[in-house]
Structure formats: C-alpha cells, structure tokens
Write a protein that binds this ligand. Structure first.
Ligand SMILES: [Zn+2]
Length: 377
C-alpha cells in the first residue's frame, strides 16, 4: 500500500507551505495510523493559518522510521521537517540515539518524533541538528497549534552560510600569526577537556549520493560541534573552519579563516585567504561572532561549546546554527550581561557562547564551572 499526497496547502503564517505527505508501508499499520493522524491534523491546522508572506518553503516529510525517506531540497532556504513515529525511548540518552540518525539520513532541518502509543501520542519529541531534543507532552485539542508554534520560528529563520573568498590575505599572515596560534592551542585544549563530542559520522549514515547533495547545498564537510575565534584588531577576526578537526587547527585558509565582514546585501561572509589554497568555508556561526565583535569592541575572543553553566542568561528560542536570528538573539543576551567583555550566554537546547579578551583567559575562567550536560526543554 502506498499513498502519496502532495501539493501547496496555502500559507503558513509567514510563508508558502508545500506539504509533502508520503506514507508508505504494508506491515506496521499502527505506525502508519499515527502518521496519518498527524498528517490529517497538520493539514487541518495549516488550513486555518492562511496569510500572505515571503515564500519560506516548509516541506513536511512524513516517513516510517524503518524506511527513512530523504527529501532533497532544491534551495538552501527550504526548511524540511521530518515526521516519523516509534516507541518511547527508554531514557533521555536514548532519545538522541534513536532519533538523530533519522534526522541526518532524511536530510531534515528538524525531526518530529511522535511516540506511537496505539491511539493518540502521549509525547512528541523535537530534535534539531544542534542535537537539541525536547518534548511536547499530550495531544490535546491545541496539539497542532503547539507543534506549529515550535516549528515556525525555526522554519522562518535565515541561514548565512555562503562565503565570498578574497585572495587578498597579507602575505605575512599566510602561515599564521600570534592570533591564529591562540586558535591552534585552544583547539587542543578543547580536546583535553573532552569538550568535543565526536563529530557525527555523517558519511557513514548517508549514501554517497545524499552526502554529495548535502555538501553541494550547504558546503559542509561533516557535522562538528563548537567553534572559536580571535579578533585581529582593525582587520576582522580569525575563526575555525566548518567541519574540521578542532584538535588540528593550523593552516590558514583551510582550518583557520580570516573573516573580514558580513555582506548583508548578498547575505554572505567575506573571507580573506592566501592565493594558493583551496579554501574551506568558515564555521556557520561566523555571523554570530561577527555580530558580537561589531557590537562589543572590548571582546577579543569568542568560544562556542556544547556544554552548560549554572546561573547564566539564555536565549528563549532555539534558532538553528548559522542563522541571523540566532546571532541576533545571542548578541542581545551578551548585551544584558554586566560585563559583555567577559560574558557567558546560553543558547537554548544547544550550548554556550563565551566572550573574553583572549582564548586562554576564557578557558581559565570557565573550565571549573562547565557542565557537560546541556539542559533540554
Ligand atoms: Zn553549536
């Protein structure tokens, strides 16, 4: 048995929504039922959310967890919500183990995992690329409204992941300088603290064709977590590249990049590289670091890790990594701290962004207080 339902269902508050509703299966009827219930309810809710707005396209890809279906977006800006169902994971650690591979394999931005209890789900998990996971309990009359409330800010946010490479890096920096050496040393310190979760083995989970698609669309070499940067006064800032091994940050233009500015008109980061290298993209969080350096001249270095600390201010919405909205939310939180030059700010369901005069000072100050577990809500 195979059902395919697709098409434009109207508008989704601020944008056009195309619902791709695909349910497939012969066995596992219970799972199919819960997905059908979700699809029907979602369509009903979306029909009530009519409105005009810029075309943020949201694709809902409903798939069985034992047959993950990939939706290949044709534009970077398409936001893909994967929806599937399955049994309640046994403990909190299992949520990520059971669900994160499905998020990656289906190339989704966000995964909704509906716990299949036979009838109405008792719990629904939301799982993000940053490895955030949080639950919505119950399935009352306002269930789909609550689902959309959680999806909308994420789906409506804007990625800044394109880079413009200028081969104008001053020749005397082609092999680095004291600021890039700070980044090299700090990457090793991160590893010593065991603060680098193993990069997700994305290439092992994806067929080569999907991995190539992902690399083409997002210019990513893999999923890695955490990044760091140091200001080069008057010139911009040095930052770790995207998807590289943080324990071996050394080569300028490949593992460490000089970010000059943000080109708002073309929505891309401007990066200076030496003329003779095949440059790697800067970390997707460059837009966030740029906003902090712009807003707070006293900040000399920034560290982002997937860890937590007690008693810190935190963003309220878990915008995805690499979006202008996350960058702005973090900048606002840094501004609320008594000393933005030595700030520790929480990124909800994600990690910490820490400012300081240099990376060594940041490590010395925060290491004793770091908590490995990021609270999820
Ligand atoms: Zn992160």
């Amino acid at each position: 048995m195979r059902q395919n339902h697709g098409g434009t269902l109207g508008a989704f508050r601020r944008g056009v929504v195309r619902v791709r509703w695909v349910i497939e299966g012969e066995a596992g009827v219970a799972q199919e039922q819960v997905l059908r219930w979700f699809g029907d309810g979602l369509r009903h809710q979306l029909a009530q959310e009519l409105g005009e707005g810029p075309a943020t396209q949201v694709v809902w890809n409903l798939f069985r967890s034992d047959e993950p279906r990939t939706y290949r977006r044709r534009a970077q800006s398409t936001f893909v919500v994967g929806v599937t169902s399955g049994p309640e994971p046994e403990d909190a650690g299992d949520v990520l183990r059971a669900t994160y591979p499905l998020l990656v394999r289906t190339l989704a931005n966000l995964l909704i995992y509906v716990v299949d209890d036979g009838e109405r789900p008792r719990r629904t998990y939301f799982v993000t690329l940053e490895r955030g996971h949080y639950a919505l309990d119950g399935a009352g009359p306002d269930y789909f409204e609550r689902v959309l409330e959680r999806v909308e800010p994420l789906a409506g946010s804007h990625l800044v992941i394109d880079n413009l490479f200028l081969t104008d890096l001053p020749a005397e920096w082609a092999d680095g300088n004291p600021r890039t050496e700070q980044i090299t040393a700090a990457g090793r310190r991160l590893a010593e603290l065991d603060l680098l979760p193993a990069p997700f083995p994305i290439a092992d989970l994806l067929p080569p064709r999907d991995f190539a698609h992902l690399k083409r669309m997002f210019q990513m070499g893999g999923l890695s977590y955490g990044n760091l940067s140091v200001r080069e006064p008057g010139e911009g800032f040095w930052m770790s590249a995207s998807g590289v091994d943080k324990t071996r940050l050394r080569r300028v233009g490949e593992e460490i990049l000089l970010v000059r500015t943000y080109d708002a008109e073309n929505n891309r980061m401007v990066v200076s590289v030496p003329p003779n290298v095949q440059p790697k993209r800067v970390s997707v969080d460059a837009i966030e670091h740029w906003m902090i350096y712009e807003g707070f001249p006293q900040v000399g270095a920034i560290l982002h890790v997937h860890a937590w600390m007690d008693g810190i201010p935190s963003t309220e919405i878990n915008f995805p990594c690499g979006t202008r909205e996350l960058a702005e939310a973090v900048r606002v939180q840094v501004a609320t701290t008594p000393d933005p030059g030595h700030a520790v700010v929480g990124l909800k369901n994600h990690g910490l962004t820490i400012t300081g005069p240099d990376l060594d000072e940041i490590f010395d100050r925060v290491t004793p207080r770091l908590l490995r577990q990021v609270p999820m809500q």
